[in-house]
Design a protein around this ligand. Structure first.
Ligand SMILES: Cc1cc2nc3c(=O)[nH]c(=O)nc-3n(C[C@H](O)[C@H](O)[C@H](O)COP(=O)(O)OP(=O)(O)OC[C@H]3O[C@@H](n4cnc5c(N)ncnc54)[C@H](O)[C@@H]3O)c2cc1C
Length: 538
């Protein structure tokens, strides 16, 4: 029986979800679609954990086919589903696995056989054709296999899941940390929270609580007296200032460092490294000079032009892997996921944790978690997330949206359609003010910024960046940050808060520039400093 939500206290929910990464957002959407009253609590903004710090590769599963067939099969099934339900978040690039002269030539056969066994379309193509498709690829390649990899925007995907949950009555509290659990005997009844922006503390209650805290799930579970053993694997990546490749390019060998090059939006990303780090180091992961060198050296083997292409920034994320494995890179650990029912596992009722997995398989993780919650709550509604498009993807592909958008006179709306799909039709547009560009690198308009503030919980410049790509282009926020700060100040009615926000935004941009601070990137960063420090007095 579902409790009548109208009789519930406003601080009482069927389900509370801790963590606003893709796993939490996907789980909230699934719960909301099955009629459950939900609250999602995220200590920072959406996609600030691993979800906003990955490669953005919609895996076909090919990368895991040889060593982890279960993950490979999950990936290809979800890859096909996401192309339909999240079309506006996906760039259908296709993927190539290339063999270089130093790679084991036999591996390609094993790879193709494993892909086909897992149901992944893997087609060996003539190396000459690969060179024609990808003029910047290493011309010495000796083999190439085409697979259905693609590029996916994790910020858009996370925002669209959360937005859909909200449209179905779900509540979201961002910048709010779960600081402890409210327990009655062996049952978890609710959570204590603290808002990082206002300092306000609040308690919320639920019939069941989902721990979707990514690599922090272990410490969240510990607050309730439950145990999880995670294996935090740090991965570093570099963003290059433009797309040098059309397809996602992988090395056809056992997964290793810097062997994937993913094109996305206006940039391309090479990664990753993989090394185990202590759990208490997961909050502040910095990219080291050795990692930068390794990424450039190995990345240039995929596409030699990378050695002379401007690098925009470096960043790192931590994979929330589950393992008892002792290998130090974590590369041999399954990318599968586990759902931990702490009632049967630790005798703690009312708490479920969802750990591991991938961005590509988030929907399946959410489905299986929600199935368990529904069984416990006596809800018999079936999962519909595999067939219900996310907001923005109702038309299917970007091309279909673009056809419609093309008829509108607004260039701002056309650019926004690439990011928001059909949601771009709702933007305030077609007048000179709303069409005016705030971020020229990424063509983000006043209408799009205001839409993110009004409907997508963006309360800081960094929140705006995640929802719109503001400041993600070559100038890294140099000119758009102060314009957007003006729009936020108008919306909050408070200039002082925006000065501090601007400081934090620039500091955050600098963090990503610092490890690759030379050449044009250093010149641009210095120029930004002159503008903000010496002209604007920040
Ligand atoms: C370097 C790297 C590259 C990757 N590349 C890919 C790829 O190309 N394709 C792919 O499919 N997958 C990839 N992955 C894996 C993928 O990114 C993750 O599996 C996925 O994003 C995990 O999402 P999540 O929601 O479980 O965790 P997270 O995104 O980490 O979310 C957990 C959230 O919980 C919040 N939180 C923590 N503690 C609290 C608290 N006390 N109160 C409230 N909130 C809290 C955190 O702030 C965080 O936002 C990659 C991962 C890494 C690190």
């Amino acid at each position: 029986m579902i409790k009548n939500t109208h009789t519930m206290n406003p601080n009482e929910f069927d389900v509370i979800i801790i963590g606003g990464g893709i796993t939490g957002a996907g789980t909230q959407r699934d719960c909301a679609m099955r009629g459950l009253k939900t609250l999602l609590i995220e200590r920072s903004d959406i996609a600030t954990g691993a979800t906003g710090r990955n490669h953005g590769l919609l895996h076909s599963g090919a990368r895991y086919a040889v060593n982890d067939s279960e993950s490979a099969e999950e990936c290809i099934r979800e890859n096909r589903i996401l192309r339909k339900i999240a079309a506006h978040c996906i760039d259908e690039t296709g993927g190539l696995f290339i063999t270089l002269p130093e790679d084991d030539p036999e591996y390609q056969n094993t790879f193709v056989e494993s892909c086909l066994r897992a149901g992944i379309e893997a087609e060996v193509i003539d190396p000459e054709l690969a060179r024609r498709w990808e003029p910047t690829v290493n011309q010495n390649l000796t083999g190439a296999v085409k697979v259905p990899d693609a590029s996916i925007d994790p910020f858009r995907l996370c925002a669209a899941n959360m937005l859909d949950a909200k449209l179905r009555g779900g509540q979201v509290r961002l910048h709010t940390t779960v600081t402890g659990f409210i327990k009655e005997g062996d049952t978890v009844r609710g959570v204590h929270t603290r808002n990082a922006q206002t300092g306000q503390v609040n308690d919320f209650y639920a019939r069941i609580i989902v721990n979707a805290g990514g690599v922090w799930a272990q410490e969240i579970a510990a607050m309730a007296g439950a145990q999880i053993s995670l294996y935090p694997a740090k991965g570093s990546l570099l963003i290059f200032a433009h797309r040098v490749n059309k397809h996602v390019i992988n090395r056809c060998r056992k997964p290793s460092n810097a062997d994937i090059l993913v094109p996305g939006d206006t940039v391309c990303i090479v990664g990753t490294t993989s090394s185990r780090i202590p759990l208490d180091a997961c909050d502040e992961v910095a990219v080291t000079p050795e990692e930068v060198n390794l990424l450039i050296t190995e990345g240039s083997k995929l596409a030699p032009v990378l050695s002379s292409t401007r690098i925009l920034r470096a960043y790192a994320g931590v994979r929330p892997l589950i393992s008892t494995d002792k290998d130090d890179s974590g590369r041999n650990i399954t990318r599968g996921f586990v759902i931990l029912d702490h009632e049967s596992r630790d005798g703690i009722k009312g708490l479920v944790s969802i750990c591991g997995g991938k961005l590509t398989t988030y929907r399946l993780m959410a489905e299986k978690t929600t199935d368990l919650l529904c069984r416990k709550l006596g809800n018999e509604k079936k999962c519909m997330t595999a067939v219900s498009p996310l907001p923005g993807s109702e038309e299917g592909s970007y091309e279909k949206v673009a056809q419609k958008i093309w008829e509108t006179p607004s260039t701002a709306q056309k650019a926004a359609a690439f990011r928001m799909g059909t949601r771009a039709f709702r933007m305030r547009s077609s007048d000179r003010w709303n069409d005016a560009l705030v971020c020229k690198c990424e063509e983000v308009s006043v209408g799009e910024i205001n839409g993110a503030i009004e409907r997508m919980d963006a309360s800081t410049l960094t929140d705006l960046r995640r929802r719109t790509r503001l400041g993600m282009g070559p100038c890294q926020g140099e000119f758009c940050a102060c314009r957007a700060a003006g729009l936020l100040a108008a919306s909050h009615g408070c200039i002082d808060r925006e000065r501090e926000d601007l400081n934090q935004f620039l500091q955050e941009r600098w963090k990503g520039n610092f490890p690759i601070g030379w050449g044009d990137t250093l010149r641009e960063a210095e120029y930004t400093q002159w503008v903000y420090k010496f002209v604007l007095g920040l």
